[in-house]
Design a protein around this ligand. Structure first.
Ligand code: PMT
Length: 225
């Protein structure tokens, strides 16, 4: 049986990939299946937390028992849902793959292919939700980010993760390598858990629930409640 060491805490996890609409039928998206975020939510609920799961686009996944599911589409919707849930959250985990950019304009009607060369799609920057949650963090609130890094082996991936932890200012950062069939969509994951205090825990390759357990172990043992 799992320890009930998250009892009394409100945990908010984002999962899946945002979809940034171009017109009523098209969007810019990414490959996130939501499996990693759902595993984090499921394990937290099993360990006694009250869980809010903010899900952008995901594969067809079962809602973890006991979790409150909030469905969102775009980064802006994810942002609003995270800020609303953050009011009562003890822990915020950003496992969602958030689009960094969105189309400037949302066409009211389906864009026609016409008979001339296509127009380029103008993009604008989305807000950095993780950075906003860090900036708005209350005393005692714990903020966990993810870093999805491509690169050539440990030096690149971990190095980028360390830099991202400093830049984003979160308390914990899970670094996972992506690309070449890693992390996105698959059942397993691997990486490192970095703490703002400088601790670095390698997370061996295994089911996404295993990575989730490493994260919750660290949070449960480092924060009293
Ligand atoms: O969903 P799965 O198929 O199971 O795959 C899991 C995963 C690979 C998507 C997951 O483990 C993961 O790495 N999630 C974060 C993906 C991501 O967007 O990484 P990033 O390095 O681009 O962003 C860094 C952090 O900032 C993330 O916590 C992200 O949620 C957050 N972010 C990014 C952009 C933005 N505009 N706002 C954000 O809050």
């Amino acid at each position: 049986a799992l320890p009930r060491d998250l009892e009394g805490r409100h945990v908010v996890v984002s999962a899946g990939g945002t979809r940034e609409p171009l017109d009523p039928v098209r969007y810019l998206g990414n490959r996130s299946s939501g499996k990693q975020g759902y595993a984090l939510a499921r394990v937290a609920a099993q360990r006694g937390a009250r869980v809010t799961l903010v899900a952008a686009h995901t594969a067809d996944l079962a809602t973890p028992a006991g979790a409150d599911l909030v469905r969102v589409g775009s980064a802006e919707e994810l942002r609003a849902a995270m800020h609303a849930a953050a009011k009562t959250a003890d822990v915020l985990v950003m496992a969602a793959a958030v689009a960094d950019f969105r189309p400037v304009a949302l066409a009211e009607h389906k864009i026609k292919k016409g008979d001339r060369d296509p127009d380029p799609v103008a993009l604008t920057r989305n807000p950095d939700i993780l950075a906003e949650l860090v900036a708005a963090r209350r005393a005692g609130q714990v903020v966990v980010g993810f870093a999805a890094e491509t690169g050539d082996g440990e030096t690149d991936v971990l190095g980028h993760g360390r830099a991202k932890l400093k830049r984003k200012g979160c308390d914990w950062l899970v670094v996972n390598a992506v690309g070449d069939g890693k992390a996105f969509e698959v059942e397993d994951n691997a990486g490192w858990l970095l703490s703002s205090g400088g601790a670095e825990t390698p997370i061996p390759h295994g089911p996404k629930a295993k990575l989730a357990s490493v994260v919750w172990d660290a949070i449960a043992s480092s924060t009293e409640h």
